[in-house]
Design a protein around this ligand. Structure first.
Ligand code: MN
Length: 206
C-alpha cells in the first residue's frame, strides 16, 4: 500500500479493473477561477495515485482522461458535483458513470445531518480521517508529506463505503432514486459551470 505522485498524467496500466475512486484538489471553490491542481485515484486495491498539474498546465493527460471518461468504469466520489465540474472544466471529459457517497448518505442516513466524508468514514468504517490539509495551498511546487497523505486518504475509503451504501440503499428501497440522482450529477455540474451554481432550478422560489 503506497501513495504514488505523478506529474501531468497517469502512467498507463497502473489501475486494476472495476470502479475507481476519484477526488480532486483545486485552488478554491470557484471552478473557472480556481485551477485544478490534483486528481486522486484509487482502484480499491490499497494504492493511491495522485496526478498533479503545474500552473499553466495544458491538462493534456490522455491516460487519465481515458480512465475518467470510460463508460464501463463507475467513478466513486464524495460530493461528485464539485469534482465533475472541475474535471469537465479543466480536462474536458465527463467523468461518469457516477456513484456519490454523499448523496447515498443523504438518502439513507436520514437520522443525521452529518454527511461529511470524515463523519461517514467514522460511522461506517470506524476510521478517523484528518481534514487538516483540506484548505492548504495545492498549487505549490512541492506537496508536503501531510498534503500527499491527506489527498490520498480522500479516495482510500470510498470503495468500502460504496459497498455498505449500496446495501443500505437497497434496504431502504432507494436504489432507483439514488441512481437517478447519480445520473443527473454531470448535468448538475454543467449547470454550475453555466452560472446556476447557487440557484435551485427546481425550487418554487426565484
Ligand atoms: Mn479532497
Amino acid at each position: 500500500m503506497a501513495v504514488y505522485l505523478h506529474e501531468e498524467d497517469l502512467p498507463a496500466g497502473v489501475l486494476g479493473s472495476g470502479p475507481i475512486a476519484v477526488d480532486t484538489e483545486t485552488m478554491g471553490l470557484l471552478t473557472p477561477r480556481d485551477r485544478l491542481c490534483l486528481v486522486q485515484l484509487s482502484d480499491g486495491g490499497g494504492d493511491e495515485h495522485l496526478v498533479r498539474f503545474a500552473p499553466g498546465s495544458s491538462y493534456d493527460a490522455p491516460n487519465l482522461k481515458a480512465v475518467l471518461a470510460d463508460p464501463a468504469r463507475v467513478k466513486l466520489y464524495h460530493f461528485a458535483r464539485f469534482d465533475l465540474a472541475a474535471i469537465e472544466h479543466y480536462l474536458g471529459v465527463v467523468a461518469a458513470p457516477v456513484f456519490c457517497t454523499k448523496i447515498a448518505s443523504k438518502l439513507t442516513r436520514t437520522y443525521t445531518d452529518r454527511h461529511g466524508l470524515k463523519d461517514l468514514v467514522r460511522e461506517l468504517l470506524g476510521k478517523e480521517l484528518s481534514k487538516q490539509q483540506q484548505s492548504s495551498d495545492w498549487g505549490g511546487t512541492e506537496l508536503s508529506e501531510a498534503q500527499r497523505e491527506y489527498a490520498a486518504s480522500d479516495v482510500r475509503y470510498l470503495h468500502a463505503m460504496h459497498g455498505i451504501l449500496v446495501e443500505r440503499l437497497a434496504r431502504e428501497h432507494r436504489s432507483e432514486a439514488a441512481q437517478a440522482a447519480f445520473d443527473y450529477l454531470p448535468h448538475r455540474a454543467r449547470l454550475d459551470l453555466m452560472g446556476w451554481a447557487d440557484k435551485d432550478i427546481f425550487s418554487h422560489e426565484s
